[in-house]
Design a protein around this ligand. Sequence first.
Ligand code: F6R
Length: 244
Amino acid sequence: MKLVQAKDYDDMSRKAANLLAAQVVLRPESVLGLATGGTMLGLYGRLIEYYRQGDLDFGQVRTVNLDEYVGLQPTDAQSYAFYMRENLFDGINIRPEATHLPSGIAADVEAECAAYEALIQDLGGIDMQLLGLGPNGHIGFNEPADAFPVATHQIELSESTRQANARFFSRPEDVPTRAITMGIGTIMQARRIVLCVSGPAKAEALRRVMTGPVDPRVPGSVLQLHPQVTVIADREACSLLPNL
Ligand code: F6R
């Protein structure tokens, strides 16, 4: 894992946006794996700026998102489909039909998971996957568990993750209890991975991801086994790493 230390959230966002931008410049038809959450807002804002300045063209880019809540319509303001339109897709020239998220309202969730996994293969796999990190070490919505889940699957969200995400909902009880997420195997097949981490609340998780044993109870630790991972983390997130 290559660690790039950033000064703060803004610096992390710029560095991550620059890596994504380079990927799109070098391979305009890239398949980008995208994430949601607070960590990504700054970098998506930058990508929109680059597009507006005429520096980036998303006309051939395809995207697949990591996850979606089960039970939320794509028009629901808390759905990840809505987040992506609001914070990235509506600000750039990506073709709507080239953007993909798991459907949270599929009647047959198992079939939806299998179809999503097949879609990623059909697109030729993910060129660059963006990841945030949960305070409990989760990536996507792969929560701490006894084993690494391989493929796209449905998951029961942990209480700590529901609490961490409650800030996006008007009432804590509105946070869905289930989500569909790419599996660890899906993520690990991406050709390159960029993990973005910001703030003191993630410091312990980042320490365990980077220096602890590979352990499904810290799902992000599996990234130690991937040959092309860049971690972009700000000073606060790096505060518990040794020798920094
Ligand atoms: C979001 C996702 C999650 C988040 C993580 C960090 O699509 O897959 O793993 O990246 O929960 O969330 P924030 O950035 O809100 O701290």
